[in-house]
Design a protein around this ligand. Structure first.
Ligand code: CP
Length: 309
């Protein structure tokens, strides 16, 4: 297991971590991936720590993955869901978290609909904070597990051509992936309808392409994103049917390419919209590898942050 710690006391976003931090997380996750594939999947690393999982927004993968990672590290866990809490009675975020911390919690994993919510918390409380997704801002552990999965598949990220396709405007996964991939030396191209690609994106050093076929011809791997209808207050394209025709990845298109393009998806998948069922379950899809790697990567993040000051 890697002993080097991280340069940051919290994981608020990929913007705040270095390439060296990410390499340390990946090497540590390599060790934890071995652990979770052993008959005895538990290690005592966080035996004396209590972690609170605060989810103010829906989640399946991230919440379960963090909980499993914490259990594999032998931490004590407190789970909080906004929908069944006193937040509904008007309690502020800071009061909610301070009440939980008064019960002697060491680390907080938080998902929140407001961008910057984790940064705000980190300035007001003593516990270590891990951002599990804040609005359309960042989703750092998703980007780490995506990059870890690409590293596992290709052996490296430097010089790799990675396309991110879909609703870039509303996607925290896209922003965190762009920061991570660029820091690790990959080339990034985003693709989608012009209305779903923010103009600032080019300033992050990524290419923009509005044509799916030319994007896929260029890419070694593609990360297909969901259309985030829950974050859209206006219509950004005429219909989902038209979106699928122009930006959906189906088996015919995938198999027409002159290479074995690797397909990622952060989930949740909308089968038949951004990705067909045949592609989601295709041998070139590494979607379930991403989910498995998520546990090892989150174990690494928890372990390294627990040991840093
Ligand atoms: N990828 C992801 O964040 O999925 P959940 O919203 O289910 O956690």
């Amino acid at each position: 297991m890697a002993e080097a710690l991280l340069s940051t006391p919290h994981l608020l976003g990929i913007k705040q971590v270095t390439a060296e931090d990410m390499e340390t997380i990946f090497k540590t996750a390599d060790g934890f991936k071995d652990v979770i594939n052993r008959p005895i999947k538990k290690v005592p690393s966080l035996r004396d720590m209590t972690v609170a999982n605060l989810f103010f927004e829906n989640s399946t993968r991230t919440r379960i993955s963090f909980e499993l990672a914490e259990k594999r590290l032998s931490a004590d866990i407190v789970n909080f869901s906004a929908s069944t809490s006193s937040v509904k009675k008007g309690e502020t975020l800071l009061d909610t978290v301070n009440n939980i911390l008064a019960m002697k919690v060491d680390m907080v994993v938080m998902r929140h609909p407001h961008p910057g919510a984790c940064v705000y918390l980190s300035r007001h409380i003593e516990a270590k904070i891990i951002n599990a997704g804040d609005g359309a801002h960042e989703h750092p552990t998703q980007a780490l597990l995506d990059c870890f999965s690409l590293r596992e598949k290709f052996g490296h990220l430097k010089g790799l051509n990675v396309a991110i396709v879909g609703d870039i405007l509303h996607s925290r996964v896209a922003l965190s992936n762009i920061f991570a991939l660029k820091k690790l030396g990959a080339n990034v191209r985003v693709c989608g309808p012009p209305t779903l690609i923010p103009t600032f994106i080019k300033s992050l050093g990524v290419e923009v392409d509005y044509n799916l076929k030319s994007t896929l011809d260029w890419a070694d791997a593609v990360n297909m994103l969901r259309i985030q209808l829950e974050r859209q207050e206006i219509r950004y394209f005429p219909s989902l049917r038209e979106y699928t025709m122009l930006y959906g990845l189906d088996r015919e298109l995938l198999e027409s390419l002159d290479k074995k393009l690797v397909v990622l998806h952060p989930g949740p998948i909308n089968r038949g919209v951004e990705i067909s069922s045949e592609v989601a379950d295709h041998e070139q899809s590494i979607i379930l590898d991403q989910v498995e790697n998520g546990v090892a990567v989150r174990m690494a993040v928890l372990y390294l942050l627990a040991g840093s000051n």
